[in-house]
Ligand binder design. Structure first.
Ligand SMILES: *Cc1c(COP(=O)(O)O)cnc(C)c1O
Length: 459
């Protein structure tokens, strides 16, 4: 088989800056050993997130010139609405400035204190928005899919038996909606099968519950269905994506992911009464219903992005990039979450650095060393993110896993960039036993991983 190439050529370039290890040592110390504190000029390959960091196509840039900046009734909105309707089939299309704004509006209307919201895995902003309403966010991943290194085609599936139990336990009237995240971002970008979505739909029908998709990576999920699910091989990923949306009653999408945009989101649904209430809230928080916190030019760029993202050549390249980077990591002796997801590779720092206990933040140590060694920025998903300080100076409660996520911006880096990242990983892996843990010097009360200040423990 031939190399799966980047299905585009370069028209505009953005220089990236090499630094010396000495410069990086100084930059990381100044950032308090927290990669969120680095300035992007000091980062060579930035794999912090795939959200809003992708490259737009020449057609998207052209579409931006078409943007109609009329306050009400802009033609940009009609173009955006037409594309989202064709894709999702939903009747009411409500633009928002990003995904979490759609979550905030939807949950303000649907979730009351004490309500339970089931999901395969809530993304962090989703969970925060449920909890802000006084709701209880329940993650229902099948137990057999929770092991990091066990290969399975659809590890993002919602556990339907557990869903039935949650509904029975709390009562149908305490469950305002059922949600499924495609792909399962917090679970490692793992996909959900059509079969599973049909099962969830059947449970919702039995109990008269609405089903909403958190569809930030709907195109990657559709590609995994085409590649992995029995009987789906001959279908176009757009056709699969259209079917997936039509199994639900509504969705919200962060268009900073598979919208191929740098900003944007959308809330869509069939329930006219609910849509009316959401639009009223939209006017309060985002803007008039035909722009929803976005410029007309953004809506045009997103309409074009939502058309391009389901192209098979693009999706083959996209998913292959993550797979290829995971192979390089494994070849270097660094275990990753398996199989790799669509948008990121997750390095397992617990396996690589068994000599660093969780409260000394092994994944943060690995993230720091990847930066120091090669200017590569990933993000810790471990005890720095999820651990909690304990009374009397006892060690922080450990997270379940100690991972470094290397997220891949869309259409931004080439294979040689990925080869370089593989070399940096191998370099660090060869010196794994020399790595030392870190200590938290100061931390805020909430979401401490963004701003905590750290220092390395003496070697
Ligand atoms: C990014 C994301 C969100 C939130 O969207 P923003 O555009 O970042 O506000 C919600 N759910 C999932 C699954 C996401 O990946």
């Amino acid at each position: 088989m031939r190399t799966i190439i980047e299905p585009f050529r370069v028209k505009t370039v953005e220089p990236i800056r090499s630094t010396t290890r000495e410069q990086r040592v100084a930059a990381l110390a100044a950032a308090g050993y927290n990669v969120f504190g680095l300035t992007s000029d000091d980062v060579l390959i930035d794999l912090l997130t795939d959200s809003g960091t992708g490259a737009m196509s020449s057609e998207q840039w052209s579409a931006m010139m078409r943007g109609d900046e009329s306050y009400a009734g802009a033609s940009s909105f009609r173009r955006f609405e037409a594309v989202v309707k064709e894709l999702t089939g939903f009747e009411h299309i409500i633009p928002t400035h990003q995904g979490r704004a759609a979550e905030k509006i939807l949950f303000t209307e649907l979730v009351n204190a004490g309500d339970v919201v089931p999901n395969n895995t809530h993304f962090d902003t989703t969970r925060a928005n449920v909890e802000h309403q006084g709701g209880i966010a329940r993650d229902l991943i099948k137990p057999e899919h929770q092991a990091l290194h066990v290969e399975a085609p659809f590890k993002g599936e919602l556990d339907v038996a557990a869903l039935e139990e949650v509904i029975a336990e709390h009562g149908r009237e305490r469950v305002p909606l059922v949600t499924v995240t495609v792909t399962d971002n917090s679970g490692g970008g793992q996909p959900v099968s059509l079969a599973n979505l049909r099962e969830v739909r059947a449970v919702c029908d039995r109990h008269g519950l609405p089903l909403f998709l958190d569809a930030a990576r709907f195109a990657e999920n559709a590609w995994f269905i085409v590649k992995r699910e029995e009987g789906q091989q001959d279908r176009h990923p757009r056709d699969v994506a259209r079917e997936v949306f039509r199994l639900a009653d509504g969705c919200w999408i962060s268009l900073k992911k598979d919208g191929l945009g740098n900003i944007g989101g959308v809330l869509a649904m069939n329930d006219a009464d609910l849509a009316e209430r959401c639009r009223a809230m939209l006017i309060l928080t985002e803007g008039f219903p035909t722009y929803g916190g976005l410029a007309g030019r953004d809506l045009d760029a997103l309409a074009q992005g939502l058309t391009e993202v389901t192209e098979p050549d693009y999706l083959a390249y996209r998913v292959r990039t993550a797979e290829y980077l995971a192979e390089l990591a494994w070849d270097a002796g660094v275990p990753t979450v398996r199989p790799p997801g669509g948008h990121a590779v997750y390095l397992d720092a617990k396996e690589l650095l068994p000599h660093i206990p969780p409260h000394e933040l092994p994944a943060q140590a690995l993230a720091c060393e990847l930066y120091l060694t090669g200017g590569v920025r990933g993000v810790e998903i471990g005890t720095l993110m999820f651990g909690r300080p304990q009374p009397d100076g006892a060690p922080d409660s450990p997270a379940r896993h100690e991972l470094v996520r290397l997220a891949l911006p869309r259409r931004t880096y080439t294979q040689s960039h990925v080869d370089y990242v593989g070399e940096v990983i191998a370099d660090v892996a060869a010196r794994a036993e020399e790595l030392r843990g870190l200590r938290i010097v100061s931390q805020p009360r909430w979401l401490r991983h963004f701003t905590a200040q750290l220092e390395p423990l003496p070697g």
